[in-house]
Write a protein that binds this ligand. Structure first.
Ligand code: NAP
Length: 259
């Protein structure tokens, strides 16, 4: 167990009896979110795991007594402020949120049948929901001694994939939202962290790409970054993004266009 003293805003491993934050993890019914929920629970944190798939959430809940679950469709963004108020009332220990839920449409903008409804849904789930939910939770988070907002972004937020222009735009948006919110919350008790993912072996990437890391590896790197008090956690191969952006942007663009 990591018992290093707290840096400002750094996450410490939960110790028995201490008042530790509960974590709301969105998209916890599968993939990276499921791994994050399990690892937070294993580290001693209480977790509120959110997703749409009640059956998968129930299975997750059965794996740890630390995990509670909530079925919620984040695409219904207008409902989120009232839901957030309920969650805060029910779980006053809520002190961290991981905006992990996401979808990725592999479509060109001129593909037949691809229209406004589908575009809005992807933007709502990936970008608007984290913004609205953060706003709704903020007064509660700011009232705590230490709190975290963690946004899961992607290398595709730094250079786009050819068949996922909308997805890439949502991740670029979430990247800049993280930066802007961090500036707004400077000096407050709320730390804003961005975790930039490489290709991870989940349902989202089924049947494509190579050299993927496991969701468990991705989650453990996120938690390690939180423990170190990082503002940005570059996970796996995403660590190369800042260097490539600076010194070889054409290469970065070529590699990521293929997704
Ligand atoms: N996998 C990668 O290579 C990769 C790379 C870069 C970034 N990321 C990002 O990492 C995050 C997790 O991705 P993943 O690969 O773990 O995906 P995944 O395995 O497809 O899981 C996505 C999760 O999001 C939830 N979700 C989707 N739409 C939702 C909605 N409307 N309301 C509530 N929950 C919803 C799903 O839950 P339900 O099905 O229960 O709704 C599921 O738990 C995403 O933000 C993704 O963009 C992934």
């Amino acid at each position: 167990m990591n018992t290093k003293p707290l840096q400002h805003g750094a996450l410490r491993v939960a110790t028995q009896g201490a008042a530790q934050p509960r974590w709301l993890v969105t998209g916890a019914s599968a993939g990276i979110g499921e791994a994050l929920a399990l690892q937070l629970a294993q580290a001693g944190y209480a977790v509120l795991a959110l997703g749409r798939d009640a059956r998968r959430l129930q299975a997750l809940r059965e794996r740890s007594p630390q995990i509670d679950t909530v079925v919620c469709d984040l695409a219904d963004v207008a409902a989120l402020p009232a839901l957030a108020a309920q969650w805060v009332q029910q779980y006053p220990d809520l002190g961290g949120v991981v905006h992990n839920a996401g979808i990725q449409d592999n479509l060109r903008l001129d593909d037949t049948g691809y229209g406004a409804r589908q575009i809005c849904q992807e933007v709502d789930i990936n970008l608007v929901a984290p913004m609205v939910l953060t706003q709704a939770l903020l007064p509660h988070l700011q009232s705590r001694q230490a709190a975290w907002v963690v946004n899961i972004t992607s290398g595709l937020g730094f250079a786009p994939k050819r068949t996922s222009a909308v997805y890439s735009a949502t991740k670029a948006g979430l990247h800049l939202f993280s930066e802007g919110l961090r500036v707004q919350l400077q000096g407050s008790s709320v730390r804003v962290v961005e975790a930039v993912m490489p290709l991870v072996d989940t349902a989202m990437t089924a049947g494509r790409g190579s050299g993927k890391i496991s969701p468990a590896q991705a989650a453990s790197e996120v938690l390690a970054g939180l423990r170190r008090g990082r503002n940005v956690v570059w996970v796996g191969k995403a660590r190369a993004v800042p260097w490539l952006q600076r010194f070889a942007p054409a290469l970065l663009a070529r590699v990521l266009q293929r997704g």
